[in-house]
Write a new protein. Sequence first.
Length: 546
Amino acid sequence: MKDTEVEIAPLVDPGFAPWPPAFADRYRQRGYWRGERLGDLLRPWAEMDGERIALVAGEQRLSYRALDRRADRLAAGLVGLGVRRGERVLVQLPNVPDFVTLAIALFRIGALPVFALPSQRKSEIAHLCEYAEPVAYVIPARYQGFDYLPLAEEVRRGAPSLRHILVSGAPGPFLALDTVDAEPTPLPGPHPSDPAFLLLSGGTVGLPKLIPRTHDDYAFQIRATAEAIKAGEETVYLAALPVAHNAALGCPGLLGTLKAGGRVVLASSPSSADVFPVIESEGVTLTTLITPLVMLWLEAAEMFGARFPSLVLELGGAILDPNVGERVFDVLGARLTHWFGMAEGLLCFTRLDDPRNIVVHTQGRPLSPDDEIRIVDENEAPVAPGAVGQLLARGPTLLRGYYRAGQEHNRLAFTSDGFLRTGDLARVTSQGDLVVEGRIKNVINRGGEKISVEELETNLLAHPAIRRVAVVGAPDPVMGERTCVFVMPEKDQVTLADIRKYLDDRGLAPYKMPDQLHIVAALPETGIGKIDRRALVSLLAGSGAR
């Protein structure tokens, strides 16, 4: 059921900071923002080629027409429950078809999904309820052995805004999502400049902030990334990372593939054992990974002789050892595009026709010519060409303020002329490619000397006896901070003396040598597979280790 053509005024939401009119006009005039609404992305394909397969999840296969109809009926059912344009709905679903139909249904209403990660628990979910004041909370009944029903009950007691808890699966005392169903009726829908959804800010320190993405800016993102990566009707996208995360949602990801008429394959896990057979059986042509996962894929590919010459691999999320990048080409046989992106909207990546040395050593160029990048010193003055400095950015997909964050927080997060202070250290090569060198906050201050965590980790990952590594700073009464290394070794054990000699041989300064080594069987991770440094710092504090 198509939405009505009635003229809709933009939503007035005091928690949302819009682009200044001059910038909004520029982005429209230059064709970035075209007045598109995300709820409409299925419509053309449902009408032109309705039996084309849109979504695959295990044995389940949904056509564009079936997915479009279900989204319409779910939207009508949600409206029947009282969900309205501008209200927030907290969505904590894994990679399942219900995630897709629910997102499209909410887009059509103009309600804002708040995309939480399945791994989050009471602390984060209660924070999001307090922050966003959602009217509904949508959960799986059970996922990866965790029962979400008691969590929902506990959260509901402290969240007065919640009117409904909807469950994908056996609902217990709550309402089953598949019963939220009604005959479709015309909906006024959102204005293209309205916020479409809220993403969670990245990082591992503190509770997440909310990132508003509009229909206009995200429609441009999914369209432009699909064009740059040559995604179209023949694309088969494997959603191996959580689709609640920007990387798998819209770079071009789930939404961009559906807009282009391709097929999306939902994976319950990114492990090679789960996805390698699916890549073969479904003819996957595109997927997104983070660096730690690709290293595991490479190990499995070498062990079993797996090669995927038809696959384009989007890789980001951590600094890439160039040797690992080379192995993607040589071991997997795949094409690699190297990304630096953030949910806030900045996307830089290498293109498919870039030379291999550019791909493995840089993160390429911004998405559009109107993405502006500044590299500045600690006083926010421009650094010399090619020098490392703080990365600032603004552009047609970059937010102008965190949702409901308050003027003071946004004043600290943005410059007076609207550039986001990303918190990253970077440089731009003479050819115009971005090279990210680390995080400003991921720096250990040891006796006044600054040690880049990413630099140290990148060097340690090249050690033949080290499989995975994480470096954190721990308080020290003499040095201020000491450098602690957590190592998952290969078969051979490694000692602190071995590591120091290895780093010395690679030319690292003496002050960068680790003070403390912990051998671990596994490293704690956040919901999208990044190392949870906060958990490691807590582990150090609890152990009293020195």
